[in-house]
Design a protein around this ligand. Structure first.
Ligand SMILES: NC(=O)c1ccc[n+]([C@@H]2O[C@H](COP(=O)([O-])OP(=O)(O)OC[C@H]3O[C@@H](n4cnc5c(N)ncnc54)[C@H](O)[C@@H]3O)[C@@H](O)[C@H]2O)c1
Length: 358
């Protein structure tokens, strides 16, 4: 049977997630038209331009905040919304204009364009829609290397398997998280009233090669980079011992899920799924340090800062039960392999990425 051809627009397509999805889609479906649109705001996104071009992925220099910028793209059948200001700190120490205008108004422009084209809409949301105070109320125990979610909890939507979609949405969550949550609500309105076929993936920490990691976004790459180039780091907050935990999802595992969703969108239609590495693929900073030391062969100075950063949380683990039972998808790439892949990329592109990451 001949596969359906698609014209797929990936907004933020020069960013970490967007470029990886674009390249893998084009690799697996050479007949698809794969189009990226990006304003190149994120430093390092420009490094993806030659890679996309070489693979036959189209690039439009455009800004999702501007409706007119969609005019030249032509017809599409799928829109993957991956353009964002993705820092949880954005708007906290400076005006929130950019994060709100991109993550909310920009997403509305994407929705309007998808509706006009009757295109599928795949939205990359975030675990940061869950409020900070509620996440800070999760009961946890402390082991030698990490915090663990306690067996007994007073809140709904949480178990030792992680946080599921029934977790509280009451309370503040950062401008990043609230702009994403507001967009989720509008995605659902477009689904209900314009018949848009949508899926919302609330992703935990995503990582992998070509992530331009920085302290407030892309910490796994940043941690490895500091080891690679022998710089210094700090364990910040929660006692300063590096016991805070996140699950991590390799971008290739995310791509496998998005591919499944694209070919059978009705199955996922207009629903929300927590998506992440899960309990089995999680690390504390202390454990991350041990992996980075093993992989790079370098030990660096890590200082201890007791005081918490704004909007920070001690533990986040995704409960993937809902998406896994529906799709059969489970994350496969373990932390050591994730780090090894990032290391190989860093080594192969040392001169290009050193300035950004070290
Ligand atoms: N990386 C993660 O850990 C993670 C976790 C959960 C959710 N997400 C979501 O995944 C998506 C992609 O994140 P990422 O990690 O690739 O971030 P990224 O910063 O690497 O990519 C975002 C891209 O969007 C572009 N962009 C920013 N503002 C734009 C605008 N107004 N118009 C057009 N392009 C614009 C940037 O230049 C960049 O290339 C985001 O929606 C983010 O919220 C990421």
């Amino acid at each position: 049977m001949q596969e359906a051809t698609h014209a797929v627009l990936i907004t933020g397509g020069c960013g970490f997630v967007g470029s990886n999805l674009a390249l893998q889609l084009k690799r697996d479906h050479p007949g698809y038209r794969v189009i990226t649109m990006d304003n190149l705001k994120r430093r390092g996104s420009e490094l993806n331009l030659p890679r996309l071009k070489e693979a036959g992925v189209e690039f439009f220099h455009g800004d999702i905040r501007s409706k007119e910028d969609f005019n030249e793209i032509g017809e599409i059948s799928v829109l993957i919304e991956a353009a964002a200001e993705p820092s949880v700190l954005s708007g906290i120490n400076s005006t929130p204009d950019y994060v709100l205008n991109t993550n909310l108004s920009g997403t509305i422009n994407c929705l309007a364009f998808a509706a006009k084209n009757k295109a599928q809409f795949i939205f990359l949301s975030t675990s940061r829609v869950y409020p900070i105070a509620a996440l800070n109320q999760i009961a946890f125990t402390t082991s030698e290397t990490r915090f663990e979610i306690a067996a007994v909890q007073n809140l709904p939507g949480i178990s030792p398997e992680g946080i599921n979609e029934n977790f509280s949405l009451q309370g503040a969550r950062s401008f990043y998280g609230s702009s994403k949550l507001a967009s989720e609500l509008l995605v659902q309105e477009y689904a209900e009233f314009y018949g848009l076929r949508t899926v919302i993936n609330r992703c935990g920490v995503l990582t992998g090669p070509w992530q331009m990691g920085k302290i407030d976004q892309g910490v796994i790459v940043l941690w490895l980079a500091k080891h690679f180039w022998k710089k210094e780091l700090s364990y910040i907050g929660f006692g300063g011992e590096g016991k805070q935990v996140r699950d991590i999802l390799h971008i290739d595992d995310l791509y496998r899920l998005v591919s499944l969703q694209m070919v059978d969108i009705n199955k996922y239609n207009n629903d929300i799924y927590n998506v992440g590495g899960g309990r089995g693929i999680s690390v504390s900073l202390k454990e991350l340090t041990a992996l980075c030391e093993e992989i790079t062969g370098n030990r660096i100075k890590i200082s201890n800062v007791d005081e918490n950063r704004p909007a920070d949380i001690p533990i986040y683990i995704t409960d993937n039960s809902k998406i896994s039972s529906l799709s059969g998808w489970v994350p496969e790439i373990a932390p050591k392999q994730v780090l090894t892949d990032i290391f190989s990329w860093m080594k192969a592109n040392e001169s290009t990425v050193k300035q950004l990451l070290s």
